[in-house]
Design a protein around this ligand. Structure first.
Ligand SMILES: Nc1nc2c(c(=O)[nH]1)N[C@H]1C(S)=C(S)[C@@H](COP(=O)(O)OP(=O)(O)OC[C@H]3O[C@@H](n4cnc5c(=O)[nH]c(N)nc54)[C@H](O)[C@@H]3O)O[C@H]1N2
Ligand SMILES: Nc1nc2c(c(=O)[nH]1)N[C@H]1C(S)=C(S)[C@@H](COP(=O)(O)OP(=O)(O)OC[C@H]3O[C@@H](n4cnc5c(=O)[nH]c(N)nc54)[C@H](O)[C@@H]3O)O[C@H]1N2
Ligand code: SF4
Ligand SMILES: [Mo]
Length: 697
């Protein structure tokens, strides 16, 4: 069936103009943007009031988009390293010279073994065109190493896949009609603002809001209840809730019998988790667990907003499975305002094979490297097991020196004189500092793209509002240009960015509607699992997963203690505090850290620490502290705060390393250990010690 995508370009002569776009950031809200353009300059970026989820409101970060776009430090021409690696010395060069040199260097490596080339990208833009189209074609054709893009969500994803069948769940708008909302591992006011609007609506209509989070976050402040459990203990809590639902018979037996699998086995496991046992593990009062179970067992509709904050620990996959079992037990899915939402991205009919062209591998099966272990992999020698040493790294849409775990090793790898590094960027990030070439990329205001959402169920189109600044080119254009230099002649390397937009969804989405209003809804039932129909192999909610059992894993969800539990192993003894490092409100991972107004709002790199932990260490509010473990050390200012529970400290936000008092950030401390399912990183499974530093700044 032909698609009806028209993609009319904007008129360059009308001024002022309002151009419809989409927020590109890694945020569940995927807002619809309206950019005002005057004389070719973007003067204002607002939320599109016509888009219901955006409702005309943007977060503080993206409301500052012109400030970021026209930032005096934007990279506007290709830069070639002119001093020692990491010296920060670069000279501008023309595109022809840069592309020719990069192509020659990659070609020389590929002639020996293309797997020595590693692409590294994540979600700097979530756009399907600038994030996962021409780039994938290029690396597939080359035969480069594949990248497992695990850095954020794979533990939770696998947890959902093995329970509900995929990244599917409630429609976000129906949270507004719930009577009970569990906000679980999510600081919604910071990282999911437009969901919070619906939660507020529910609250005004009498709903009870409960926050489950080790940190007393801004969101916890505004909920009726806050359960401040220890990091990595969510499965224990969920099992104790099941215990209570079972012993009080707050179960929907009919739903369980018709639409679930493995209840008898799960029941037995749950009965091993009386609230006292979980209270011990989670560090919360048993009475609080009992009260939560009563609410969840008796209030309807009951909705859970799960977020990825709770799966960045060893047992993150199992914890997601345990929580995802709860709605089926009480039949919450029967109502459209009941159930659970972690991610809605599985609903979108993206034509990934069309976009990425895996057939360009032509039968080759390159090795696959996990982006969460970049530090180790950059330092590994060639071996039969590993394959060739990584000789070239091409980074785009990511800032691994700042965001990847155990960043001391990442930086040691980037500093290798024999590593050829190309970084496509807007700014001189911590990663770009180590590049051999920095290539200037366009921002969302300057290129075409099309977006799914992981927080709502609309497709969004992004039309360029302004011409590329300086010599910037879109990621897709840069890989198209590199393909041409490498002599790749397959017709798919000629596809324009607009053609890629069309290919992302084809006829599966109403292109005319997208063209006209900038967004188009998917057509989905309001209560997707009211009568079962889960996208699992059995069609049921799988409490017991035969697929996991076949892999030799536990078929039932269980509580798995963190890799790093205070006192559990001799090597952990010197590090008694658990550190989590959740998002800062005014940054988006490590993006926006260099935007002056947002940086001013965020203040300076901080460690939140409870007064009971600070006092015996002689740490005063505002003092410079050294946070350390066997992997490294990070210096910042202490914020004495009861937002922290005793025993847990918080290093908020992903500041750039170069902003740290000793040139590091929190990821100097995090480990490369992986999660139980999905081989994800364990950022919040990290023990540290903190000491006051005599004098510094
Ligand atoms: N402003 C802003 N928004 C963002 C981001 C950002 O950096 N800044 N990041 C974006 C990205 S990449 C993502 S993946 C999404 C979601 O990003 P998430 O990482 O899910 O972020 P939050 O919603 O802040 O939720 C994290 C919450 O989980 C809590 N937490 C930590 N450990 C545990 C635990 O073991 N159990 C439980 N129950 N809670 C725990 C933290 O204290 C924090 O309040 O947000 C996106 N939105
Ligand atoms: N300690 C700790 N570490 C974490 C987390 C945590 O909670 N704690 N969260 C983790 C999570 S959830 C995630 S998702 C990762 C995020 O890690 P990343 O995906 O690396 O996210 P950012 O740090 O925002 O870096 C994105 C970069 O892409 C660039 N960019 C944006 N748009 C474009 C474009 O169109 N073209 C090109 N070439 N570049 C572009 C931006 O300028 C920015 O520097 O970090 C993880 N790291
Ligand atoms: S970062 Fe999130 S809340 Fe902010 S504009 Fe983008 S999608 Fe909306
Ligand atoms: Mo993420």
């Amino acid at each position: 069936m032909p698609d009806n995508w028209n993609l009319t370009p904007i008129s360059p002569t009308v001024s002022p103009l309002q151009v419809r776009g989409a927020c590109p950031h890694d945020c569940p809200d995927t807002c619809a943007l309206l950019t005002t353009v005057e004389g070719g300059v973007a003067t204002r970026v607002q939320g599109n009031p016509a888009h219901a989820h955006t409702a005309g409101v943007l977060c503080a970060k993206v409301a500052r988009y012109p400030e970021r776009t026209y930032h005096p430090e934007r990279i506007l021409s290709p830069l070639k390293r002119s001093g020692a690696k990491g010296s920060g010395q670069f000279v501008p060069v023309g595109w022809d010279e840069a592309l020719a040199d990069i192509a020659a260097r990659l070609q020389a490596i590929a002639t020996r073994d293309a797997q020595a080339i590693l692409p590294y990208s994540y979600a700097g833009t979530m756009g399907l065109v600038q994030g996962e189209s021409m780039d994938r074609r290029f690396f597939h054709r080359l035969g480069a190493s594949l990248l497992e893009r695990t850095i954020c969500s794979t533990a939770g994803t696998e947890g959902l896949v093995h329970t509900l069948g995929g990244k599917v769940g409630m429609k976000v708008e129906f949270f507004a009609e719930a009577q009970l909302i569990l906000i679980w591992g999510s600081n919604s006011i910071t990282s999911n603002l437009h969901f919070w609007r619906y939660a507020q609506q529910a609250k005004r209509q009498g709903a009870k809001l409960v926050c489950i989070d080790p940190r007393r976050s801004e969101t916890a402040d505004k909920c009726h209840e806050h359960l401040a459990l220890r990091p990595g203990t969510d499965a224990a809590l969920a099992l104790a809730l099941m215990h209570e639902l079972t012993v009080h018979d707050w179960l929907d037996h009919d739903y369980i019998a018709r639409y679930t699998l493995g209840w008898e086995a799960l029941r037995e496991r749950a009965l091993q988790w009386p609230p006292e046992r979980a209270a011990d593990v989670c560090g919360v009062p048993a009475a609080q667990i009992r009260a939560l179970a009563r609410d969840y067992g008796t209030l309807r509709p009951a909705a859970i907003r799960l977020n990825y904050g709770m799966q960045r620990v060893r047992g993150g996959g199992n914890a997601t499975r345990a929580v995802a079992c709860l709605p089926a037990l009480v039949g919450a899915w029967r109502q459209r305002a009941g159930g659970l939402l972690l991610s809605s991205s599985g609903y979108f009919p993206v034509q990934r094979a069309q976009l990425q062209r895996p057939e360009l591998l032509a039968g080759r099966q390159p090795r696959s490297l996990n982006m969460a272990t970049l530090g180790n992999d950059l330092l590994r020698p060639a071996s039969a097991d590993f394959g060739p040493r990584v000789e070239a790294l091409v980074v785009y849409n990511s800032n691994p020196a700042a965001v990847a775990p155990e960043s001391g090793k990442v930086v040691q790898g980037l500093a290798r004189p024999d590593l050829f590094t190309v970084v496509l960027e807007h700014f001189r990030t911590d990663t770009a500092d180590w590049a051999d070439y920095i290539l200037p990329a366009t921002t969302q205001l300057e290129h075409w793209d099309v977006h799914l959402s992981y927080g709502h169920t609309d497709v969004l189109l992004n039309r360029p509002a302004i011409a590329p600044l300086g010599q910037a080119r879109s990621n897709a254009q840069i890989f198209r240009d590199l393909a041409a230099r490498m002599g790749f002649t397959e017709p798919c390397f000629a596809d324009s960015d607009e053609a890629l937009c069309r290919q992302a969804f084809g006829a599966a989405v109403d292109g005319a509607l997208l063209d006209a209003q900038g967004f188009a809804p998917l057509h989905l039932p309001d209560a997707p699992f009211a009568q079962g129909g889960f996208p699992t192999p059995s069609g049921r909610c799988e409490f017991f997963s035969a697929r996991l059992a076949q892999q030799g894993l536990d078929g039932l969800p269980d509580h798995l203690p963190n890799h790093e539990t205070p006192g559990a192993a001799p090597q952990h003894a010197p590090y008694p505090l658990a550190m989590i490092s959740p998002p800062a409100r005014n940054f988006l991972n490590s993006t926006f850290v260099n935007v002056p107004s947002l940086r001013a709002a965020e203040g300076r790199p901080l460690l939140e620490i409870h007064p009971d932990d600070a006092q015996p260490r002689g740490i005063e509010d505002g003092a410079v502290v050294r946070v350390f473990n066997a992997r490294g050390s990070y210096m910042c200012h202490a914020a004495l705060s009861t937002r922290a529970r005793p025993g847990v400290v918080h290093g908020l936000g992903i500041w750039w390393r170069k902003d740290g008092l000793n040139g590091t950030n929190v990821n100097e401390l995090t480990s490369q250990a992986l999660t139980d399912l999905g081989a994800g990183p364990t950022f919040y499974d990290c023990l540290v010690e903190v000491e006051a530093v005599a004098d510094c700044s």
